[in-house]
Write a protein that binds this ligand. Sequence first.
Ligand code: NAD
Length: 314
Amino acid sequence: MSSRKVGIVGSGLIGRAWAMLFAAAGYRVQLYDILESQLSTALQELDKDLHSLEEKGSLRGQLRAAEQFALIEVTTKLEELTREALYIQECVPEVLQLKRSLYTQLDELLGEDTVVGSSTSTFMPSLYSEGLKRRQQMLVAHPLNPPYFIPLVEIVPAPWTSPQAVERTHSLMLSVGQRPVTLRREIQGFATNRIQYAILNEVWRLVASGILSVADVDRVLSQGLGLRYALLGSLETAHLNAPGGVADYFQRFGGEISAVSATYGATPDTQGDKVTLEDIARQCEELVPLEALEARRATRDEFLTKLAKLKKQF
Ligand code: NAD
């Protein structure tokens, strides 16, 4: 793998973020999209975003914004993208048929050393790579939005993904400053969404049963648990919360955890329960009106930058 070229398929929100991450680490980046107009917009946005990060002192890597931007080029030809690419990050919309047809095209063009990671949040890699000749080079590399500020990447192999493809992706992610975790086998929801959905289900139940308002249930995380979890995982949190560590924690509190867990009830029907959904939407929109979402996202990203810097000292 002597090439320093990384290809990105899809130049939307996530594709652009990956382009910035790879360019920050000095990789040559080629962005591919089916829409030429989307590629010109992507280049304009990347130029603007890189310079704005530089002005704020939040640009990643050792290179200046202009040098990073110079590493990014675009193409509308898939065969050009795959040529000499050491890695390809796929970022097309979350539509299984679209992904399948793209991977079928890629299958004909990939060199034997190129690994393809999908940004998909929901599709297990076996769903789009089954039956392809290069399927051992395909896996999921799932980022969290915004990837520039949140370092986690979930690497998820299909049953046929080669250990070398997993290892290379892991090393590549470390080389761009991300913090990968590798699942030993694919599972629906990967790890992040399984945990996230467990939280969402309980938050929904607490609001639906009238025990807490939306603002208060969110405060439980933003002013409570989330502060710890910004630094430590839930198991290390438990480890620190009992005199004898985690074994002592579960010895002391395991009975209570089981008793409370037995009262959770059925998984909420978040699509069918329109009454709760309307109530949650109304309360959320009182807190952040729809027209203020963009500004709120920008504030979130600004503070995530500061938090990321602080976390490096922890
Ligand atoms: P997006 O809609 O912003 O961008 C998709 C891009 O793909 C567009 O530029 C579109 O023109 C292009 N495209 C469509 N069909 C194509 C094709 N056949 N070949 C090449 N390009 C094509 O989408 P996004 O939010 O960037 O999401 C991309 C992927 O990242 C999805 O799989 C999504 O699940 C995943 N993801 C998204 C988020 C998020 O918060 N948005 C977070 C993590 C992962």
